[in-house]
Design a protein around this ligand. Sequence first.
Ligand SMILES: [Zn+2]
Length: 78
Amino acid sequence: MDERRGEQQGAGSHPPIASAGSTLPPAQQAWSRYVTHRLDCLTCQDIDAGPCGESERLHRVWLGLSNRALDQIADKAN
Ligand SMILES: [Zn+2]
């Protein structure tokens, strides 16, 4: 059990998927952090608990990075 806790703490700074040799784009890293938080967070899993500030923050970060990535794609297309 202690080993599992250690892995989860390490997952915050380095997403597990990114350690497979390839680096995920920032937007996908942000989405991974958001989904991981939603799965682990008791507030997010309790529909009566109200909005989770950390979840909203992670979602905003993902939205910002996604919009920036889309802008870059649009710039290259023009
Ligand atoms: Zn949460």
